[in-house]
Design a protein around this ligand. Structure first.
Ligand SMILES: NC(=O)c1ccc[n+]([C@@H]2O[C@H](COP(=O)([O-])OP(=O)(O)OC[C@H]3O[C@@H](n4cnc5c(N)ncnc54)[C@H](O)[C@@H]3O)[C@@H](O)[C@H]2O)c1
Length: 298
């Protein structure tokens, strides 16, 4: 099957591309390499078609979408701090870029678009653990953009009949996650810091927890979303279903590295206190990952 992966040179996108190529699909990538890296594609470079371009250009997106039956839309400016610094660019890429993908898919006859959304859309809405039926209440421009893009996906399903599926990822980690960006996620940042014999910095008291989800499970969820019948317009939480506090994370990394490390604490705000989802909707659709999942093993 002919498939487009936007943001295919990024952390999650490149892991998804590898699996798709391995399964024999004909894969095209659209990326502008702003946070992605060509080295992420070295195992598959000979087997994929690369369209270098920006999601903000409808022409570029339409060129990339052409003839593709499925689009995995992973491309985004995926950082909360960057979105706080530069909400306009965050909105242009994450909302405007998504709208370009949806319109190009409509015009080009794409059947299904699987959109990489985020648990951040829940923000400070009441309710724990997180269920898809709960209210959303973003607390950062990034999350506002993801929520707006989700709404465009829903409307594209209603108005244009596109099969849109939104996957709300919970705190993804795994191979090829960039530990050196100033906006890096907590696991690679802590690992690199501790490898250098330094103390990781925790914002707050460390009791805030995250539902860390391995990238292999995210890839599996995307493939299930591609294949499942009758889920156009649906939203799914994609998580591990377990919560781990940042203090527990440091303790576990210390145990693995056999190097004592006391985190320093710092204040920054606002922090999401905890994230976890039992993924009821995915499980009801028989999407339960083979147990133990990659997230639980890692
Ligand atoms: N990593 C997580 O924990 C997490 C959690 C929830 C949702 N997500 C979402 O998953 C998706 C992938 O995230 P990631 O962690 O792999 O990030 P990433 O930065 O590694 O990947 C994003 C990719 O999009 C590309 N890109 C950015 N702006 C672009 C533009 N204007 N035009 C074309 N390409 C562009 C980048 O070059 C990069 O290859 C994003 O949509 C992100 O919002 C990630």
């Amino acid at each position: 099957m002919k498939i487009l992966v936007t943001g295919g040179a990024g952390f999650i996108g490149s892991n998804l591309v590898e699996r798709l190529v391995h399964e024999g699909h004909d894969v095209r990538i659209l990326d502008n390499f702003s946070t992605g890296d060509r080295r992420n594609l070295r195992l598959v470079a000979a087997h994929v078609e690369l369209v270098e371009g920006d999601l903000r250009s409808y022409e570029r997106v339409a060129r990339a979408v052409r003839d593709c039956e499925i689009v995995f839309h992973q491309g985004a400016m995926p950082s909360v701090p960057r979105s706080v610094q530069d909400p306009l660019t965050s909105s242009e890429i994450d909302i405007g870029g998504t709208l370009n993908v949806l319109l190009a898919a409509r015009d080009g006859g794409t059947r299904r678009i699987i959109f990489a959304s985020s648990s951040s859309v829940y923000g400070d809405a009441p309710g724990f653990p997180r269920l898809e039926t709960q209210a959303t209440s973003p607390v950062a421009p990034y999350a506002v953009s993801k929520l707006a893009a989700e709404q465009y996906c829903r409307v594209a399903h209603l108005v244009y009949g596109l099969e849109t599926v939104c996957l709300r990822y919970f705190n993804v980690f795994g191979r090829r996650q960039d530990p050196f960006s100033q906006y890096s996620a907590v696991i690679p940042t802590f690992i690199v810091t501790m490898r250098h014999g330094l103390s990781p910095t925790i914002y707050g008291d460390g009791t805030q927890s995250r539902d860390f989800t391995h990238v292999d499970d995210i890839v599996t969820a995307n493939l299930l979303a591609m294949a499942a019948p009758g889920i156009g317009g649906a939203i799914f939480n994609i998580a591990c279903g377990r919560q781990v506090s940042l203090n527990e994370l440091v303790a576990e990394l210390t145990r693995c590295s056999a190097r004592a490390s006391t985190p320093t604490t710092s204040i920054r705000g606002p922090e999401t206190s905890s994230t976890r989802s039992p993924m009821y909707r995915a499980r009801r659709a028989s999407w339960a990952f083979a147990q133990p999942s990659a997230s639980a093993r890692a």
